[in-house]
Write a protein that binds this ligand. Structure first.
Ligand code: IMP
Length: 182
């Protein structure tokens, strides 16, 4: 792995290696299978950031399952903007379904908090919240993530679906903003 990568005007350095990402996401997919097995869960993938994580999760899910996608956004640049907007909503009936909400990263928790309110009225059979990354120090909204890939420090990261102004999503590992390191 290169020791430094430049996205737009900022330098990023390695944080989580591709092999570790692979190992952990495959474990998580199997763990979801252990919990939900043949219940035909509906994976609701929060775009854009969770696309790569979701692809790895469902590949490790060893039974039939369905996927749908929503697009919510509260971020611009390297900080949260404060409002959550929905530009692509749910197109599937979720009532009575076992839902797995797939998020790339829980930062303040604002995005998931808003989305959970949207689905609460539809009476799903169960809701499992899965996030690839979580920044425990940054969380301000009261949501309970059921499964997390990695807890990280409160620093800006890119890679594995996560972007810095749209760049970096294709990187197979996770990279952290160099200027935020001690
Ligand atoms: P929250 O609503 O504050 O929890 O932020 C969640 C969303 O912000 C995530 O789905 C990401 O799209 C974005 N986000 C939060 N932290 C980062 C980061 O470090 N890098 C890239 N995107 C981030």
């Amino acid at each position: 792995m290169n020791m430094k990568i430049r996205l737009h005007d900022l330098n990023f350095v390695p944080m989580i290696a591709e092999d570790d990402v692979r190992r952990r996401t495959s474990e998580m997919g199997k763990e979801l299978f252990n919990r939900l097995g043949d219940k035909n869960p509906l994976f609701i993938v929060i775009l854009n950031g969770a696309f790569m994580f979701a692809a790895d999760l469902v590949r490790a899910y060893d039974a039939p399952c369905e996927m749908t996608f929503v697009r919510l956004s509260s971020y611009s640049g390297t900080s949260s903007s404060g409002t959550v907007t929905t530009s692509m909503g749910l197109d599937t009936n979720i009532s009575g379904r076992h839902l797995v909400i797939v998020e790339d990263i829980v930062d303040t928790g604002r995005t998931l908090h808003a989305f959970l309110q949207t689905i609460a009225g539809h009476q799903p059979a169960s809701v499992t919240l899965v996030s690839f990354l979580r920044k425990p120090e940054a969380q301000v909204f009261p949501i309970q993530v059921d499964m997390t890939g990695f807890d990280i420090e409160n620093k800006f990261v890119a890679g594995y679906g996560l972007d810095y102004n749209q760049l970096g999503r294709n990187l197979p590992g996770v990279w952290v903003l160099e200027s935020q390191l001690p």
